[in-house]
Design a binder for this molecule. Structure first.
Ligand code: AHR
Length: 670
């Protein structure tokens, strides 16, 4: 770490002169005033800043779950896709004669996992069977171990074994294993495959040795390395990035995925827990959403289901925030509605979920949680009623949900929707109604141009201080336009978000939660851009947007400190944006400053009311001269924070904010 001193600037030089010639004092002060000043009222700590202020929004979009965070390597592992052979191909090593059949019932678990594959070999030879292509290939690492498992039963013949091969695209073997000893009953067989090379486009072969017939189902190739080494655990590098953000909450499972294009395709949490072959596969609504980004092989296996979401929240120290369908399918699609008199089923799902998360093990749902391996409650404190709904239809449904849930669980906060846009008729209607209904938290979404974020940094400065709190639940600056495939995760977008987030930080008494959306994008299988984290089958990188959120999140204070920019509490009138807080845990003043100007800003900082200060603090700086700069797999930290020592000679000091930068300062009050 390099010692850092502010670059001597015009103003600093003038101050130096002050010592020698009293006459110049006035000029020096004028010079500082001309370039800007920030006053942090250290002795006037305000409202507490909730732990939940900065969190995460997860949705299974862009291969976020299957093919992403859920690291199962086999696509369509249970042959339940509508085309049961999607992702699979026949492999015939030349001299072997065989056939493949798919059966639609008679598997281990007929509901919901009824399909299975029959491999029939008439003449034994070098091998006959199937190849799985994975999710745009299979990622394997040199020297790593993968658990292979399969459900199988012998139908007839003298089968010697099932050979399991991992090979690259040219057929070069990267690892292999065998399972054998099949009986005529369905059983699970397992083996370890060690791979000798790193390859992100590998494939998996299952080849019968000997002749005869074998039925197979629930094929799995799963990395041994998962977060916390959990069985059926999550992709290590991706969870690491999440945890490093110190997120206050994890919203799951979406997003529009909650709603479904039609109600029968909505997310139903009860079908996502328990044995993997008990989890009912459904289409992913992003499969067909955008004509220009069709993803025909996108389904939800629910290997990452509600239990895993709760575990993930716990693992990364985030409050779980499940969002439930409220009897409305996506209003951008079918707008299908559950009649008001039929909402019981939906409300019961919410009640059962709260019981599953919080009830003692002596209850049916508490017992279920314990059977899955988590006797202790998950301590669920909030749930969302619907995703991005709007109109009177939403209010009618929200009202019924709220009436029942508030009576039964007064301490569980309800998140309600302000619709898809940050303003307009729908937005105003929802806010007015939800205010009347005394809603707890209203979820606002803004997918807007970068300029909108800069222009709206003061959005919450004048929001009412009573009534519902704000959840800035989905935001991301769109460099081209909403849902455009040309949107980029560039520095201009991230910097504009940083300017906006100072407004969330300053108003943390009103804005209690915020999250960037979407979270993940597979570089070869995305439907939506921008996303906070990009990955391929093996590697991942965080965007400049991620680093902005991370800097705010890991530097969240515990109390708001009033901050004046050029003497005014109004922020973001020009090119500088600020927020300040006190961290009572460490007795530090935290100042965040965003300079959106293409030139440096000389600023006089006054930590007003601070009696004693440490002479040395820290500055974390995220900057780039190039507003178009982006990170990538090969250059993952092109735009990433650097840490510097900060010299604090007195409560008032000069600092030079570099062009296009976010700076977070931490100074201890001694
Ligand atoms: O984040 C992508 C989508 O944007 C979400 O699913 C939805 O809530 C919003 O429209």
């Amino acid at each position: 770490m390099k010692a850092f001193r502010p670059t001597p600037s015009l103003s600093a030089k003038l101050v130096t002169l002050v010592c020698a010639f009293g006459l110049i004092i006035v000029q020096a002060q004028i010079a500082f005033a001309q370039t800007g000043n920030i006053t942090v009222q250290v002795d006037k700590p305000g409202a507490p800043i909730p732990k939940t202020l900065f969190g995460l929004f997860f949705e299974d979009i862009n291969f976020g779950a299957d093919g992403g965070l859920y690291p199962e390597r086999v696509k369509n592992r249970s042959f339940e896709f509508p085309n049961p052979m999607m992702g699979w191909k026949q492999v015939d090593r030349g001299d072997t004669k065989g056939e493949l059949y798919v059966f639609d019932h008679g598997s281990i678990n007929d509901t919901p996992n009824s399909h299975y594959l029959r491999i029939k070999v008439a003449t034994a030879g070098k091998g006959f069977g199937v190849m799985n292509e994975g999710f745009r290939g299979i990622g394997v690492e040199k020297g790593a171990e993968y658990f292979f498992s399969i459900s199988a039963r012998r139908v007839d013949g003298s089968l010697a074994a099932l050979r399991v091969e991992v090979e690259d695209e040219s057929g070069h073997l990267l690892g292999q294993s065998k399972v054998s000893g099949f009986t005529t009953d369905w059983k699970t067989y397992a083996a370890i495959v060690r791979t000798t090379e790193t390859n992100n486009k590998a494939r998996l072969n299952l080849l019968l040795e000997g002749s005869g017939t074998l039925d197979v189902d629930m094929v799995s190739l799963y990395p041994k390395l998962t977060w916390e080494n959990r069985e059926n655990g999550l992709r290590y590098d991706l969870v690491k990035l999440l945890k490093e953000m110190k997120p206050g909450f994890l919203r799951f499972p979406g997003g529009c995925i909650v709603e479904g294009r039609y109600l029968d395709q909505r997310y139903q949490w009860k079908t996502t827990i328990g044995d993997l072959d008990d989890r009912r596969l459904i289409i992913n609504r992003w499969n067909t959403e955008f004509n220009w980004r069709l993803t025909p092989d996108y389904y939800q296996s629910f290997g990452l289901g509600y239990f895993e979401y709760f575990l993930l929240s716990e693992d990364i120290g985030a409050e779980p925030l499940p969002i439930l369908n409220c009897g409305m399918a996506c209003q951008f699609n079918s707008s299908e509605l559950a009649p008001l008199e039929d909402l019981d089923h939906y409300i019961q799902d919410a009640i059962d979920l709260i019981e599953f998360a919080n009830a003692p093990v002596t209850t049916a749902w508490g017992r279920k949680r314990a059977e899955l391996g988590h006797p202790a409650p998950f301590n669920l404190k909030m749930i969302g009623v619907g995703n991005e709904q709007w109109g009177p239809q939403y209010i009618e449904r929200y009202e019924i949900f709220a009436r029942v849930l508030k009576e039964k669980y007064p301490n569980v906060a309800l998140v309600s929707s302000a619709g898809p846009a940050p303003d307009g008729e729908r937005f105003d209607f929802l806010w007015a109604k939800l205010r009347e209904l005394k809603a707890d938290l209203i979820d606002e979404h803004y997918y807007m141009a970068p300029k909108w974020f800069r222009d709206n940094a003061g959005r919450y400065d004048n929001y009412p201080r009573t009534g519902p709190k704000v959840f800035a639940g989905e935001y991301a600056a769109q460099s081209v336009g909403i849902a455009s495939p040309d949107n980029r995760n560039n520095w201009e977008c991230a910097l504009s978000e940083a300017a906006f987030i100072t407004g969330l930080d300053r108003n943390a008494d009103v804005v209690q939660m915020s999250s960037y959306a979407p979270l993940f994008g597979h570089l070869e299988a995305w439907q939506w851009t921008p996303n906070m984290i990009w990955f391929d089958n093996l590697r991942s990188y965080a965007t400049p947007n991620y680093y902005v959120q991370k800097l705010f999140s890991v530097n969240r204070g515990t109390r708001i400190l009033p901050v004046l920019l050029d003497g005014s509490a109004k922020n973001g009138q020009g090119e500088l944006f600020t927020s300040a807080s006190l961290d009572e845990r460490t007795s530090e003043v935290i100042l965040k400053v965003v300079n959106t100007a293409p030139s440096a800003k000389e600023v006089r900082i006054n930590l007003a009311g601070a009696k004693t200060l440490a002479k040395v603090g820290k500055a974390f700086i995220l900057e780039s001269a190039d507003l178009k700069a982006e990170n990538s797999l090969d250059n993952p930290t092109k735009v990433a924070p650097i840490e510097r020592q900060l010299t604090v000679p007195a409560v008032e000091f000069a600092y030079r904010f570099t062009p296009n930068s976010l700076t977070v300062m931490r100074v201890a009050l001694r």
